[in-house]
Design a protein around this ligand. Structure first.
Ligand SMILES: NC(=O)c1ccc[n+]([C@@H]2O[C@H](COP(=O)([O-])OP(=O)(O)OC[C@H]3O[C@@H](n4cnc5c(N)ncnc54)[C@H](O)[C@@H]3O)[C@@H](O)[C@H]2O)c1
Length: 326
């Protein structure tokens, strides 16, 4: 039986606590921690566990076997490293760190720990993403020509003003690229394979008065398989549109936009629907945290590292690191 603690009782906490609750036969939620005392106390009351306001004290006293890091980006590296030093497994919210250098350093620290890390790229578990990855990796569709992806979402001043850490390079590590659109960039590079060249620009069109990070970015990518990619992301749109990812191959065009549509060269069409469709205010987060977290706990004692590892987390960070900030 594992013993779980969660650090950070903010917006994403519910997805992690629900996933842990659903794993009653494998773990118990022993304690939660937030520097905002009222948040930690409310979460602890809801789940019948202990509340802490200092995560190191929680690690010392509770001695968990798994810690979920659900804090602002600038704390990911420090908290994950502290857990790994103590050989405590980590479920780490994306991004794996707020800089590429720290993301790489985390890979080294993880290698020297007997504990495992799971980076929360939960959208890799969506039925449509899995189908896309399996089909493209099969090599059955001939040459891969290229991919394009769009993330056009909406954020407002209040979203940045209320959070205290978003919109600031020092605490968020970037804007739309490292936060909102990182999942789509991850899906693109996961499916298309190694990236050999990156050229891109990141700009702040709409939030100059409040933020020092980009709200809009475009990236041109060259992949090792000889294909090309175009990536565009913004939080300056008027709504959170479904993400769009298209992959063009010799024998079919794959379009992921809610469902996955495959238009074959012979005119036939195949559609894959997601079986778990998120609804409500934060539907754009997807609904696959439970799948990812449950998979991690089921593999926690396997000899090899978990597949959504710090190395996987560092791949997107490498791409973002090469984007030119104007
Ligand atoms: N995977 C996804 O789809 C997804 C979706 C949303 C957020 N996230 C990620 O989850 C993380 C948290 O985001 P959020 O939206 O919940 O943010 P949030 O601001 O709502 O919550 C963060 C919480 O961490 C707490 N905190 C800050 N410093 C702390 C410290 N030193 N010790 C303990 N607690 C501390 C804050 O008080 C706050 O309650 C971010 O990395 C974000 O990118 C991921």
């Amino acid at each position: 039986m594992e013993k779980t603690c969660i650090i950070g009782c903010g917006a994403i906490f519910a997805r992690h606590s629900e996933a842990v609750e659903a794993l009653k036969e494998k773990t118990v939620l022993a304690a939660v921690c937030d520097i905002k005392k009222e948040k930690a106390i409310a979460a602890a009351e809801k789940f019948g566990c202990k509340a802490y306001f200092d995560y190191v004290k929680m690690l010392d006293e509770v001695k968990p076997t798994v810690v979920h890091v659900c804090t602002p980006h600038y704390l990911h590296f420090e908290m994950a490293a502290e857990c790994l030093k103590r050989n405590i497994n980590v479920v780490l919210e994306k991004p794996s760190a707020e800089t590429y250098e720290k993301a790489l350093k985390l890979c080294e620290i993880a290698k020297n720990s007997s504990a495992k890390v799971c980076v929360c790229f939960q959208n890799r578990y969506n039925k449509t993403s899995q189908a896309l990855k399996t089909k493209i990796s099969s090599g059955k569709y001939g040459k891969i020509y290229g991919a394009r992806a769009f993330v056009t979402w909406s954020r407002d001043d209040a979203y940045y003003a209320e959070s205290g850490w978003r919109g600031k390079m020092a605490t968020e590590g970037g804007g739309v690229l490292i936060n909102q659109s990182i999942h789509t960039l991850d899906l693109m590079q996961w499916v298309m394979g190694d990236v050999v060249k990156v050229e891109g620009t990141a700009v702040n069109h709409r939030f100059k008065h409040i933020n020092d990070v980009e709200d809009t970015a475009e990236i041109a990518l060259d992949f090792a398989n000889g294909s090309r990619g175009i990536f565009f992301a913004t939080v300056g749109y008027v709504k959170d549109s479904p993400i769009f990812l298209e992959i063009i191959t010799e024998k079919a065009v794959f379009t992921l936009c809610d469902s996955l549509k495959i238009n074959y060269a012979d005119g036939s069409v195949e559609t894959v629907e997601n079986d778990r469709v998120a609804t409500g205010e934060k539907a754009y987060w997807g609904d696959s945290h439970t799948l990812l977290i449950s998979d991690f706990y089921s593999k926690i004692h396997d000899p090899e590292a978990f597949w959504v590892s710090p190395e996987e987390g560092a791949k997107c960070m490498r791409i973002l690191n090469e984007v030119n900030r104007l």
